[in-house]
Design a protein around this ligand. Structure first.
Ligand code: E4P
Length: 217
């Protein structure tokens, strides 16, 4: 399972990328707005920092402008993935980009029928939003299960990119459901490594080691 970072904050990204555990990055207009940075130069910087796929979202909602924006974004670097909303115009653009060999990430997916359409359009990735579904009173993790079953049943190649992840439990649910990738805000990425028994166990080992008075180096 690939782990992406859901951020446009270059500093946070750089720190975590150094671990070698970051397989890609996703951004969206809200994350760009929050960063206060220039969209196009930020995408270029991220695409240089991380070798894996970097999703950059179109701002347009109509097909012709989506095509123009998407081509421009795809031209920034070979690892840029054009992110498109799950609308009829977005799916039409997805299909066109697929025919042109441009990778896409169909975003704002909240139902199995929507995911089916994204796959039929030839999306490289589909992004079901787990956290927002949970906020809505639905079961986000269950949607990943459903999409996995249907994609496998019909041999769709579209990769399931679990998005809107709010905590490690969401990552667990996505992994158990067979998501191909999950995109995590940096704080959630850092949370993944933590367990109270790891912390207390390490403290005990350090204290016991210090008591020996030895040094390995
Ligand atoms: C990623 O591609 C999505 O844009 C993102 O995960 C949305 O997360 P949010 O629901 O926390 O805004």
């Amino acid at each position: 399972m690939q782990l992406f970072l859901d951020t446009a904050e270059i500093d946070l990204l750089g720190e975590l990328a150094e671990t070698g555990l970051v397989d890609g990055v996703t951004t969206n207009p809200s994350l760009i707005a929050k960063s206060g940075r220039n969209f196009l130069s930020t995408v270029a910087e991220i695409a240089e920092l991380v070798a894996g796929p970097v999703s950059a979202e179109v701002a347009a909602t109509d097909f012709p402008t989506m095509m123009l924006e998407g081509r421009k974004l795809a031209g920034i670097a070979p690892n840029v993935v054009v992110k498109l909303p799950l609308t009829l115009d977005g799916l039409r653009a997805t299909r066109e980009f697929a025919m042109e060999g441009i990778s896409t990430n169909v975003t704002l997916c909240f139902s199995l029928p929507q995911a089916l359409l994204a796959a039929k359009a030839g999306a490289t990735y589909v992004s079901p939003f787990i956290g927002r579904l949970d906020d809505f009173g639905a079961e986000g993790g269950e949607l990943i299960n459903e999409i996995r079953a249907v994609y496998d049943q019909y041999d769709f190649d579209t990769e399931i990119l679990a998005a809107s992840i709010r905590n490690p439990a969401h990552v667990r649910a996505a992994a158990l459901a067979g998501a191909d990738c999950a995109t995590l805000p940096p704080p959630v990425f850092r949370e993944l490594v933590k367990h109270p028994l790891t912390t207390s166990g390490l403290k005990q080992f350090s204290e016991d080691w210090a008591a020996t008075g030895q040094s390995i180096l």
